[in-house]
Design a protein around this ligand. Structure first.
Ligand code: ADP
Ligand code: MG
Length: 259
């Protein structure tokens, strides 16, 4: 028996002027699973994430999170519900340390408003201490404790990707949406990332991963959805998708799907 999906998208459409970036896309992920979203460049993967997280409205379709329709829920409120995404392009906070960058993420869930924070009310200080501990433990989890006091924007790319993950994890998401988390990583960094993502799943979290690195996707995903020209081309287990002639055709016109 399958569980009720945590994210359930039906018939999602998104147009940019004359370009149909998403054409009637269905997608779902069950709690505690890793779902992959793959497809050639320009297939609509990042757009799918952006509409899911509320960066832009869709032009049709239903988005449900934990059974609740969230089409009109604002992006910040989707974070509070437990949906957090990372970006394909990295935007480190200039002038902030690694630890401070992760603490910024904690504020997404904090109670203290800006005024209370400026007045440094006692409960704010308690909250800040809690934020610091949460940020330190997120950094330890991704293996960046030694870099905590470094400036975020001077980290090498591999560490920037881990920092992105720590920033997302510290908000205590129920579902993590990762856009090309292995982009720019070497083979050993990618293998370490795979272990981390499996460890996150083992904590009961749900993940949706857009990724070019096919070996990573095949290794960690429970289900894979393939997009091509904004349409859902295939959906199934890694084995089913790997051997699907439509998928092979879309990627290479023959051979196995690759980056
Ligand atoms: P992918 O992430 O799969 O490479 P994207 O979602 O970035 O694909 O893009 C899908 C299509 O939508 C492309 O044709 C792209 O040019 C277009 N697109 C994406 N974002 C925008 C935007 N903000 N404005 C206009 N067109 C966009
Ligand atoms: Mg993209």
């Amino acid at each position: 028996m399958t569980a009720a999906p945590l994210i359930d998208v039906q018939g999602l459409c998104k147009r940019f002027g004359g370009v149909t970036a998403l054409d009637n896309v269905d997608f779902s992920v069950e709690p505690g699973q890793i779902s992959g979203l793959i497809g050639p460049n320009g297939a609509g993967k990042s757009t799918f994430f952006n509409v899911l997280i509320g960066v832009f409205p869709g032009n049709g379709g239903e988005i449900r999170f934990d059974g609740k329709r969230i089409n009109h829920v604002r992006p910040h409120d989707r974070v509070v519900l437990g949906m957090v995404r990372t970006f394909q392009k990295i935007h480190p906070f200039h002038g902030m340390t690694v630890l401070e960058s992760v603490m910024v993420g904690c504020h997404a869930r904090g109670r203290a408003g800006l005024i209370a924070a400026m007045l440094r009310l006692p409960f704010v200080k308690r909250e800040e201490r809690g934020f610091r501990e949460a940020a330190e433990s997120a950094l330890a989890f991704v293996g960046l404790t030694g870099q905590a006091q470094m400036l975020a924007d001077v980290l090498p790319l591999g560490h920037q990707r881990l920092l992105q993950l720590a920033c997302a994890l510290v908000t205590q998401p129920r579902v993590l949406l990762l856009d090309e988390p292995a982009s720019g990583l070497d083979a050993s960094e990618t293998a370490r990332l795979a272990d981390l993502l499996l460890a996150i799943r083992a904590q009961g979290k749900t993940l949706v991963v857009v990724e070019h690195d096919m070996s990573l996707v095949m290794k960690i995903c429970d289900r894979i959805t393939v997009l091509s020209f904004g349409k859902r081309l295939a959906n199934g287990t890694p084995e089913q998708v790997r051997h699907d002639p439509k998928v092979i055709e879309a990627y290479l016109g023959g051979g196995e799907p690759r980056a």
